[in-house]
Design a protein around this ligand. Structure first.
Ligand code: GDP
Ligand code: MG
Length: 468
């Protein structure tokens, strides 16, 4: 929160992220975010919950996080969560958020322990958070359990790599203090994509669980395996604390006391703990966004230019090659359609009537049939003719029947034909649509199918709209 001007950057990136997840077109843009990486049970969920100040993540043994969770924290006066997949539904009960994360995970991966790379997007508004975007990923595991695929370790690594390989991503490498740092899975993975340690922040958990007489002073002072952004130590709630429902606020207080009273850490207590981590992450993310935004803008502009150029090439008054391809496609399509209607198809259908033959049937069989159903009542007609003639003559008497009487009677007769004729038009229309679709099916089976997809006319319905 040290730089209020930069605070606006994170909500701006959030809006961009929303806009991009709403468009189906795959824009190759990677927005800055913080990705949490670590072995299973290293304390990733605990760190995230502490940053939010609420319990809301599914817990349990084995792989609980099986889809990436993109967690956006926004500082606000009210407290609630909202998922991208059910927008407008405000979750004020954080237990319900946990249930929804579980349910949404299972919706895609089923109940077994499969993983998926399709993220769940969750926004959390709260007065206790600073603006941050964090991504929680499945923990690195070595063994597959139950009906998990045998290559689960490889799958998880691949998924983590997908996120952390982008230069725009800050890596939060979580390592428990009671294991050997040189064996840290998180740091190893981070090193693969960030060999100089420029965008990796080390988080050391479980400092309270270290063997008596040992400490992580050297690591936290950034002297052992140094990272440019350094290491921050945290103390999360133990399983006992969680089972005893220890409140996060109380846990944060206990964490603060731990650092202030520990002989190895008290000199750097102000640079340790969850609130400091929160502040540092916010600062780094803002700086990172500020640094990457110009490049991001350039990217976006160059993509826009490329798309505009592509759109330009499709202009009908511009006889370029692309335009020619489109014209060729339309000609080819029109030829096929003509063949189906004229009956000059290469393969004669011997199973059923189609195309022109069906139209012929409508014209010569069904229409006359419909028309013969319109049978005027002869006595009534004679009476109407007589009345019409007499009404036109008025007080006079005439030798010849007047034209006007003829017109009036014929008009009425023709109006009786309107209904069967409309029905007939619908029949022809339907038949034409079937023929066009038939023609499209034939076309898409041919070598041009790829190009048609490129034009966005992959479905029969679409080409019809397209031709209309
Ligand atoms: P994840 O699998 O990486 O998400 O790990 P979790 O956050 O679920 O933590 C795994 C277990 O370690 C839980 O029982 C936590 O209570 C416990 N734990 C996490 N961090 C700490 C810590 O700093 N100190 C202690 N004592 N326990 C911790
Ligand atoms: Mg977890």
């Amino acid at each position: 929160m040290s730089n209020p001007g930069m605070e606006a950057l994170i909500p701006l990136v959030n809006s961009l992220q929303d806009a991009l997840s709403d468009v189906c077109y795959n824009y190759e843009l990677h927005l800055p975010q913080i990705v949490v990486v670590g072995a299973q049970s290293s304390g990733k969920s605990s760190v995230l919950e502490n940053l939010v100040g609420r319990d809301f993540l599914p817990r349990g043994t084995g792989i609980v996080t099986r889809r990436p969770l993109i967690l956006r924290l926004l500082h606000a006066d009210t407290v609630y969560g909202e998922f991208h997949h059910c927008k407008g539904n405000k979750f004020t009960d954080f237990n319900k958020i946990r249930e929804e994360i579980k349910a949404e995970t299972e919706r895609l991966t089923g109940r077994n322990k499969d993983i998926s790379s399709v993220p769940i997007n969750l926004l959390i508004y709260s007065p206790h958070v600073v603006n941050l975007t964090l991504v929680d990923l499945p923990g690195i595991t070595k063994v597959s359990v139950g009906d998990q695929p045998a290559d689960i370790e490889y799958q998880i690594r691949k998924l983590i790599m997908q996120y952390i390989c982008h230069e725009n991503c800050l890596i939060l490498a979580v390592t428990p203090a009671n294991t050997d740092l040189t064996n840290s899975d998180a740091l190893k993975l981070a090193k693969d994509v960030d060999p100089q340690g420029l965008r990796t922040i080390g988080v050391i958990t479980k400092l309270d669980l270290m063997d008596k007489g040992t400490d992580a002073k050297e690591i936290l002072e950034n002297r052992f395996l140094p990272l440019r952004l350094g290491y921050i130590g945290v103390v999360n709630r133990s399983q006992k604390d969680i089972d005893g429902q220890k409140d996060i606020r109380a846990a944060l207080q206990a964490e603060n006391n731990f650092f202030l009273s520990h002989p190895a850490y008290k000199h750097m207590a102000h640079r340790m703990g969850t609130p400091y981590l929160q502040k540092i992450l916010n600062q780094h993310l803002s700086n990172h966004i500020r640094d990457t935004l110009p490049g991001f803008r350039r990217d976006l502009e160059s993509q826009l230019r490329a798309l505009n150029k592509e759109a330009e090439e499709f202009r009908l008054d511009d006889p370029t090659s692309r335009n020619k391809t489109l014209t060729l496609l339309i000609h080819h399509f029109a030829d096929e359609l003509k063949k189906l209607i004229d009956g000059t198809c290469d393969n004669v259908d011997t199973v059923c009537l189609s195309g022109g033959a069906r139209l012929n049937q409508i014209f010569h069989l069904r229409l006359p049939n419909e028309l013969t159903k319109v049978q005027p009542d002869e006595i009534k007609l004679r009476r109407e003719i007589s009345y019409a003639i007499r009404n036109i003559h008025g007080v006079r008497t005439g030798l010849f029947p007047p034209d006007m009487a003829f017109e009036a009677i014929v008009k009425k007769q023709i109006s009786w034909l309107k209904e069967p004729c409309n029905k007939f038009i619908d029949m022809v229309n339907e038949e034409l649509i079937t023929t066009v679709n038939q023609c499209f099916d034939k076309n898409s089976a041919c070598q041009h199918s790829k190009q048609q997809d490129m034009w966005g006319v992959g479905k029969p319905g679409n080409i019809f709209i397209f031709l209309k």
